[in-house]
Design a protein around this ligand. Structure first.
Ligand code: NAD
Length: 250
């Protein structure tokens, strides 16, 4: 399937991680110029080395909780390419497991800052740059929520942050659709990435048994849906949350 992104600029946060890296690979395969970002520059650069036509793409260190860092990256993109990105994937995220009664404000704030506030800050600046460019805007944003938004013990802060991402998606979608920016999200179930490694082999195998499809998902199975939502093939999809979960928690 060819989406023909025709040199459009795609900015991916968390691009050194499992799902983010897959997004970068598919976007590059489909012709986009990819700006790979991650809080760790090393992993962003590793992703860059996997992309075809590396000279088209860029890698930056970007902490999505730092407004100044975000502004600098958008400015660098505009300087380098002469235009802001028109595709955005908010893939940066963390997961920690803490019982409610032991959850302190620091752990809550960190989770919400990265998973929720980061997507807000990135989307706000994305829209600002595009709308200030004075050009006809045709753009798309995809956020990453989670099936865990429905509530998981010891993941209260994670569930809340991801529920927030779904609501953030719908609010931004309602406000930005008339301005040419479609905003959607995906809700993955258990996906085989570093995020879930801490759970160990046995626990992950137990979880697989309750997934109707009987296995964890692969990062590229989420990334394919994300890239579809970025593309014109989904031109009438606005404010949607698409489960990519093998049927888990449906
Ligand atoms: N793997 C799963 O089972 C699963 C399920 C549902 C949702 N998700 C979501 O998918 C997204 C991608 O996760 P993944 O599974 O690829 O995990 P991952 O750990 O492989 O990737 C997450 C990436 O986010 C980066 N990151 C962390 N803090 C950051 C910050 N402050 N600024 C910028 N980048 C930061 C990490 O360095 C990492 O590269 C996350 O939002 C996660 O919550 C994952």
């Amino acid at each position: 399937m060819s989406y023909n992104f025709g040199d459009r600029i795609a900015l991916v946060t968390g691009g050194g991680g499992g799902i983010g890296r897959s997004c970068c690979e598919i976007l590059a395969r489909e012709g986009a110029r990819v700006v790979v970002t991650d809080v760790t520059l090393k992993t962003a650069k590793e992703t860059l080395t996997l992309l075809p036509r590396q000279d088209k793409h860029m890698a930056f260190a970007l902490d999505v909780t730092k407004k100044k860092n975000i502004d600098e990256v958008y400015q660098s993109i505009k300087t380098h390419y002469g235009t802001p990105p028109s595709l955005l994937v908010n893939c940066a995220g963390i997961l920690t497991e803490i019982p409610l009664l032991e959850l302190n404000e620091g752990s809550w704030d960190l989770m919400v800052d990265i998973n929720l506030k980061g997507s807000f800050l990135m989307t706000q600046e994305f829209a600002r740059c595009l709308l200030e460019s004075g050009k006809d805007v045709k753009a798309a944003v995809v956020n990453i929520s989670s099936m865990a938004a429905r509530g998981v013990p010891k993941w209260v802060h994670y569930s809340a942050s991801k529920g927030g991402v779904t609501s953030l998606t719908k609010g931004c979608a309602a406000e930005l659709a008339s301005k040419g920016i479609r905003v959607n999200c995906v809700s993955p179930g258990p996906i085989n990435t570093n995020l879930v490694v801490y759970q160990g082999k046995q626990r992950r195998e137990e979880k697989e048994k309750i997934v109707p499809l009987g296995r964890e998902g692969r990062p590229e199975e989420v990334a394919e849906v994300i890239v579809f939502l970025l593309s014109e093939r989904s031109s009438y999809v606005v404010g949607a949350s698409i489960d990519v979960s093998g049927g888990h928690r449906m």
